[in-house]
Design a protein around this ligand. Structure first.
Ligand SMILES: Cc1cc2nc3c(=O)[nH]c(=O)nc-3n(C[C@H](O)[C@H](O)[C@H](O)COP(=O)(O)O)c2cc1C
Length: 243
């Protein structure tokens, strides 16, 4: 079906996918970011909406924990609570080296979205599905892989939607947010494993002083799409590159 005016064109989606980029924003922990109630009031609901829509990601298996089919969870922390964690960080973690970047990132973000996934068979995680002991070992790995794959699709959806709102995004592995100590403090269940700590910068704060760093791999993308291979079973000319 040809797109009508009301529909998003492939070119618009392509532009959005390419516009998304990692922007690591390191603020000054001692100089508070100017993010007033009006700015929060404009942006926080957009983040909530983006999280909801991101949940339209595909998923293969009903994870079924607490009656919820999705294999992911999202926990959102707003700016004020991010600042509180930044202030308390070294009290909470006495084993962290000075200069850890999390307090600076927490000081500069409008919101932090913690996306977790729920491993079903991985040792150390609770709440497997009833009867899971009957699932063969190799299938257990496959199922967990697919829970993780689905959750990653959810994260990418979220990054794209936030980018469409002109917000800055950074998918971090999470550092201390991965620890059980931190997850417990934030009320995140023992069946969850952190997949992404998504730091969100609001457009209105982008002109405030901070160090902004691109993703380390941004420039390492293959220029000639060498990772695409065309399978040609009829034995004709085979292209190895898609320029
Ligand atoms: C699963 C995952 C975890 C990541 N964790 C980190 C991280 O902990 N620190 C970091 O600097 N970047 C992290 N990144 C972001 C990558 O560095 C970034 O995507 C890459 O450099 C490419 O840049 P781009 O996102 O601007 O295209 C992560 C990305 C993914 C997909």
């Amino acid at each position: 079906m040809e797109p009508t005016c009301a529909q998003t064109t492939p070119a618009q989606i392509a532009e959005l996918v390419q516009r998304r980029q990692t922007m690591k924003v390191l603020g000054d922990v001692t100089a508070k970011l100017k993010l007033d109630a009006q700015v929060a009031g404009r942006n926080d609901p957009k983040v909530v909406e983006a999280i909801k829509v991101a949940g339209w990601a595909p998923f293969h298996y009903d994870r079924g924990v607490n009656g919820i089919a999705e294999p992911w969870r999202a926990h959102v922390l707003w700016h004020q609570d991010c600042q509180k964690i930044a202030a308390e960080f070294y009290n909470w973690f006495d084993d962290v080296k000075p200069g850890n970047k999390l307090p600076s990132m927490l000081s500069a973000c409008g919101a932090l979205v913690l996306v977790t996934w729920l491993p079903q068979f991985r040792p150390g995680f609770n709440a497997p599905l009833a009867g899971s002991e009957e699932v063969a070992k190799e299938n257990q790995v496959d199922i967990d892989d697919e829970h993780l794959a689905a959750s990653s699709a959810m994260v990418q959806n979220l990054l794209l939607l936030l980018t469409a709102h002109s917000m800055g995004t950074y998918w971090s592995s999470g550092g201390q947010f991965r620890t059980r100590k931190m997850l417990d403090r934030l009320g995140i269940g023992s069946e969850e494993s952190l997949l992404a700590a998504v730091f969100v910068e609001y457009p209105e704060t982008m002109n405030q002083p901070a160090q902004r760093l691109p993703g380390k791999q941004r420039q390492s993308r293959s220029q000639r799409f060498e990772w695409i291979r065309e399978v040609n079973l009829s034995g004709g000319k085979q292209r190895s590159n898609f320029d």
